[in-house]
Design a protein. Sequence first.
Length: 271
Amino acid sequence: MEKLPKIGLPILILIVLSIVFISKSTVTIGSGEAGVLYKTFGGGVVTEKPPLGEGFHLVAPWNKVIVYEVRQQEVFEKMQVLSSNGLEIKLDASAWFQPDYEKLGLLHQQKGENYVNRVLLPTIRSAARSVVGRYTPEQLYSSKRDAIQKEIFEETKKIVGNQFIQLNEVLVRDVTLPPTIKEAIERKLKQEQEALEYEFRLEKARKEAERQKIDAEGKATANRILNESLTDKILREKGIQATLELSKSPNAKVVVVGSGKDGMPLILGNQ
């Protein structure tokens, strides 16, 4: 009985050490995450193998696992850039991105956990300054927002693609011009709209005049053809037909055939 405490104590210590060992050797990686393994005695960051995926993992207690979010993320940035004529433009943009999953070890080794601030945001700012500097404030305000958005995306992607970052989209949410420039552009756009509206009214009036001219010419042609087809014999025949129809009327009248001008019948009033 006296030996039991002496035997039980080492066993207890062994159990405690086993629990600590197991707790230090297990890593659970959540949904949308991946882990970079750092081997303390085995060459540091593991870059030649894919990262640890979601779920439960056993690792040596002296090693370390750095967990990264690998889902698509969004970062916002407000910038002050210059247009082609040197005016200051405020740009509100955001980017959709995620780390390159297969190269997550290289990203951690070369850029670190703060890669968004070290790589992505500076690249977006540089690309925005380069792209906006090609356009005038008027172009930025009206018709070129989609173009600069695409160009910023292409230039940023070209750089961060070699930095183990997958860029999915760049969105230009707002372009703010100096108030005086904005008002001048709005006045110019309004004047252009009024000029277009005036041109439209003139074109509409011109087409209406052409339509009336064509209509009048058609009527004149029809009348000319009709006049040329009405001979004296046809007119006399039409007159006789009309006289015969009138003679059938119950109203009393006198019809003198052949006494009118050009031999047409004369119709006298009620008797």
